[in-house]
Design a protein around this ligand. Sequence first.
Ligand code: HEC
Length: 117
Amino acid sequence: MKILFVSVSKIFLVSLTMMAMTILMSQQDVKAQEGKSLFLSKGCIACHGPEGKGVANIENTPYPRLAGQNPTYLLNQLKALKSGARKGAMAVMMQPFAMTMSAAEMKKISDYLGAVK
Ligand code: HEC
């Protein structure tokens, strides 16, 4: 009886863990999807290309590739562009778009871009 109880509770624990993992994973999916939608709806692809992979057909493009970049780095750059701490002729081009993002949106977009393969 005790053996049976142990194995039943083990199965219960395993399925509980799996359920929790499924919920956590789908929450991550939702966040990534939000980041992607923001990237599309805010017009970022015009300069950074679909999925932030850059615009390959423009020679010497001044628009950086963002896909696969470290998300913390991207987030810090967006904050610096918004605040004006990051300066330069090209930063001026990017700044108005940085202004359209809240801190939470920046985080979602940075996480999405960092995960693009
Ligand atoms: C009009 C063109 C344009 C649009 C639209 C645009 N960007 Fe940019 N972005 C740039 C340019 C140019 C730079 C490089 C700035 C520099 O050299 O300082 C840049 C830089 C960046 C960087 C820093 C990259 C790095 O490697 O340091 C991030 C992150 C970024 N953009 C995200 C976005 C997001 C998110 C959006 C949409 C909300 C967006 N951009 C819309 C032109 C644009």
